[in-house]
Unconditional design. Structure first.
Length: 92
């Protein structure tokens, strides 16, 4: 649920216990999160004018991770990326 949109997007989320990744809808949500991360990677590459190989642009790991593993992968991706966060905010 979106709580507010400006100056930054703030949402309320529902946590799913790690052992319940077989719950209905969780796989669909994980797939959506993986696609949103791919979109974020592409946007970052474009905004930073970076030269990256296809594996960096389309990480295959995203297709093989369980929803729980994906959540940790996404969190690690955004670790210490203040410049990316600022650039994304300025583009919005």
């Amino acid at each position: 649920r979106v709580v507010k949109e400006k100056p930054v997007l703030v949402c309320e989320v529902e946590t799913v216990p790690e052992q319940d990744h077989d719950m209905p809808g969780v796989a669909d949500l994980a797939s959506e999160v993986a696609q949103l991360l791919r979109d974020t990677i592409r946007l970052n590459v474009k905004m930073q004018n970076l030269s990256v190989d296809n594996e960096q642009m389309e990480p295959k790991e995203l297709d093989d991770l369980s929803p729980s593993e994906l959540s940790y992968w996404v969190a690690s991706f955004f670790q210490d990326v203040k410049l990316l966060q600022q650039n994304l905010l300025e583009e919005a």
